[in-house]
Design a binder for this molecule. Structure first.
Ligand code: DGY
Length: 319
């Protein structure tokens, strides 16, 4: 069995893959260009892919008829053309669950950074700007008693809600589906239509997948509905937010601040955002802990090993 891995993985995952087949890891250790990816996968029975690798019908064709599994090392899988792959009988898997807590931690860190102006304070100190403590210096806003609006109350959205509850926040949410009654009860979460959520929330945190429905879900019109004091947090996918519209809203006081871990055209960031002190910008670190990234890679490897040995995958997509 030939297993093609598009970027280096933690050793425990590679070890697992080696027990399932002949493992070829791309030496580039970066997202491969489409032609590079097609060349790399020739003859593959399994592909381990990740963010930035566009795996579609052409890649499946290039791999050949032996391709049985594409395992994404991410919970999001907008980089994969799932219908094209599953339509060819190829199993597609992702890595839900194992990154929930790490991503929720990061979302909450961004919320604290944005509301307490921590990035701005850090830059001030490092720039050597003189400062001294006084009562009106660099005031932010507290979270207690404020409403957190969560768009997409799945696993990560719920984990963020639990953290917010511990900070004394009220939880409201919107999404395609209403959460089960026991989840609403645990979080004391109120379901609201999206327009109402945007208008009422003091902070909005995005936890929806990127689909055609959610592309630019937060555009100029959505931002205009939000309170001027509101904060936007995005740890989902960059294109869920219209970055140009966000930069404009932050510049003109349409909303107060934003915390972004993901960007529309990663790794590029809209130049308008780079100039703004009220934009906290982090380079896609949601799941970036040693434990979490290892668990993600191992889960992807276990999915490949299961499929190539004729067993059911652990975490299939689009099944
Ligand atoms: C995910 O798992 O989707 C993260 O964004 C890492 O790619």
């Amino acid at each position: 069995m030939r297993i093609v891995v598009t970027r280096n993985l933690p050793e425990p995952a590679l070890e697992l893959l080696r027990s399932a087949g002949d493992v070829r890891v791309s030496r580039q250790d970066r997202a491969l260009e489409p032609a590079e990816l097609r060349a790399a996968v020739v003859g593959a029975d399994g592909i381990v892919a990740m963010l930035g690798d566009r795996v579609d019908a052409e890649v499946a064709e290039a791999a050949g008829p032996g391709l049985r599994v594409v395992a994404n090392v991410a919970v999001g899988y907008d980089n994969l053309d799932v219908p094209a792959l599953t339509g060819r009988g190829i199993t597609v898997t992702n890595t839900p669950g194992v990154l929930t807590e790490a991503t929720a931690d990061l979302a909450f860190a961004l919320l604290l950074m944005a509301t307490r102006r921590l990035g701005e304070g850090e830059r001030l100190i490092r720039s050597g700007t003189p400062w001294s403590f006084h009562l009106g210096f660099m005031l932010g806003t507290g979270l207690q008693g404020r409403t957190l609006g969560i768009i997409g109350l799945g696993g990560i959205g719920r984990a963020v809600a639990r953290r917010a509850r511990a900070f004394g926040m009220r939880i409201a949410y919107s999404g395609r589906r209403r959460a089960p009654a026991e989840v609403e009860a645990e979080l004391d979460a109120e379901y609201l239509p999206q327009a109402e959520l945007l208008a009422e929330a003091d902070a909005i945190s995005l936890h929806c997948p990127l689909t055609e429905r959610t592309r630019h879900l937060i555009d100029a019109a959505a931002l205009a509905v939000m309170k001027p004091s509101a904060v936007l947090i995005n740890t989902s996918r960059g294109p869920v937010v219209d970055e140009a519209a966000l930069a404009e809203a932050l510049r003109t006081g349409g909303i107060a601040a934003a915390g972004l871990d993901v960007f529309e055209r990663e790794p590029a960031v809209h130049p308008g955002l780079l100039e703004l002190d009220n934009a906290v910008l982090i380079p896609h670190l949601g799941s970036a802990t040693v434990e979490t990234r290892t668990a993600m890679a191992v889960l992807a490897a276990r999915n490949v090993a299961a499929v190539l040995s004729g067993n059911e995958p652990l975490t299939p997509v689009g099944a």
